[in-house]
Design a protein around this ligand. Structure first.
Ligand code: ADP
Ligand code: MG
Length: 347
């Protein structure tokens, strides 16, 4: 691996924090004080404040044999921002907490923070604090995102009504296929020193797995069109599972159409190669970080004219349950499988 690594003990905890956070600039009006005191200070007059946290454990949520640390930092921020966007809000600040085992050197933490910094720059986020400890084994990352949204624009999971249209951004299943590809190359490369993985023609899948982008653009375009979703959620565990969350919280049912589920060409090719059911991957694949939302029926044309949004079905009365109409016209009950049941070793 790298040469001349610097042991973290040469900087110490405080030195390390200083070192990796010094390149961050504060960008938001609501950030009064960032890193360097007992607390960060934020000022949010006349608005609702949104807070979301994620905890990521090495070996459970990420595998450093194929995830570069820079990508890990970027993704860890991205998935938190996705939660704020999923409320129809704007993320403003993050805190980053780390558990670091002896295996990691200063340079590794630098790489991690270069990804964190890139995400902060692209999405206009301030890093305002965190905590740093040692861990017995592996890397632990916890990120908290803070943001705002005017009260009347917040989109929860519980506001869907019968006859609302069900919409999804982007395409589904690609991140899961990217994971399958990375896992396959990991097995193929085991024990080989100069192994070159073959991702030709599959770059999109790898990118979707390693560098997901939260859909700020969709939230902004909905706002420009004057559309407030009646409900919204981001797709982290798979379309099926997220739809059931919305329907459960909103006390409604749904019908989605198999032939309307957006799937990229590379995802289809990869599913074929692996002998997997493509629609199952799109329904349960997870880690897409697309937005799933509902809008009133009369907004049909407005929502359809926004690029990257697809109407995949409609909301029904609760008693009709949640189902997908297959290509041959049958009804298939939606189940919350989640991508862990597709073979990922998550518990
Ligand atoms: P305390 O002892 O009060 O917990 P720390 O010494 O842990 O304070 O932290 C000092 C400052 O550095 C605080 O502003 C804290 O938010 C920030 N900080 C600590 N760890 C991190 C980190 N991993 N990333 C960003 N900021 C951090
Ligand atoms: Mg601390």
């Amino acid at each position: 691996m790298e040469e001349k690594l610097t042991e973290i003990s040469t900087l110490g905890e405080f030195g390390l924090i200083d070192h990796v956070t010094k390149g961050f600039e504060l960008k938001n009006e609501s950030t009064v004080k960032g890193v360097g005191d007992d607390c960060a200070v934020m000022h949010y007059p006349d608005t609702e404040v949104l807070v979301s946290t994620d905890l990521l454990l090495e070996g459970i949520h990420f595998d450093l044999t194929y995830v570069p640390l820079k990508h890990l930092g970027y993704k860890a921020v991205a998935v938190n921002l996705s939660d704020i966007y999923a409320m129809n809000g704007t993320p403003r600040q993050i805190t980053v907490s780390l558990g670091i085992s002896k295996r990691f050197a200063v340079e590794h933490i630098e790489q991690l923070y270069s990804g964190i910094r890139l995400a902060c720059e692209i999405y206009g986020i301030d890093l305002v604090g965190g905590d740093t400890t040692s861990s017995r084994q592996g890397l632990v990352i916890s990120i908290t995102a803070i943001g705002d949204a005017p009260k009347e624009k917040i989109a929860t999971r519980s506001g869907a009504h019968p006859n609302d249209l069900i919409c999804v951004s982007g395409d589904l299943g690609a991140a899961y296929m990217g994971l399958q590809l990375l896992e396959r190359e990991k097995v193929a490369s085991a024990g080989q020193i100069d192994f070159t993985p073959d991702f030709a023609g599959k770059e999109y899948l790898i990118e979707r797995q390693l560098k997901p982008e939260p859909r700020r653009d969709i939230v902004q375009n909905l706002d420009k069109a004057g559309i407030i979703p009646t409900s919204m959620i981001d797709i982290s565990d798979g379309l099926s599972s997220e739809l059931l969350h919305i329907c459960g919280k909103s006390h409604v049912g749904c019908r989605i159409y198999e032939d309307r589920i957006p799937i990229d060409y590379q995802t289809a090719v990869m599913a074929e190669e692996l002998g997997m059911n493509l629609v199952t991957a799109a329904l349960n694949g997870g880690e897409d970080y697309e937005l799933l939302f509902t809008v009133p029926l009369h907004l049909h044309e407005q929502v359809e004219s926004i690029p990257g949004i697809k109407i995949i079905g409609h909301v029904t009365e609760e008693k009709l349950g949640c189902a997908m109409i297959t290509r041959d016209g049958n009804e298939m009950q939606l189940r919350a499988q989640g991508f862990n049941h597709l073979g990922k070793n998550e518990e």
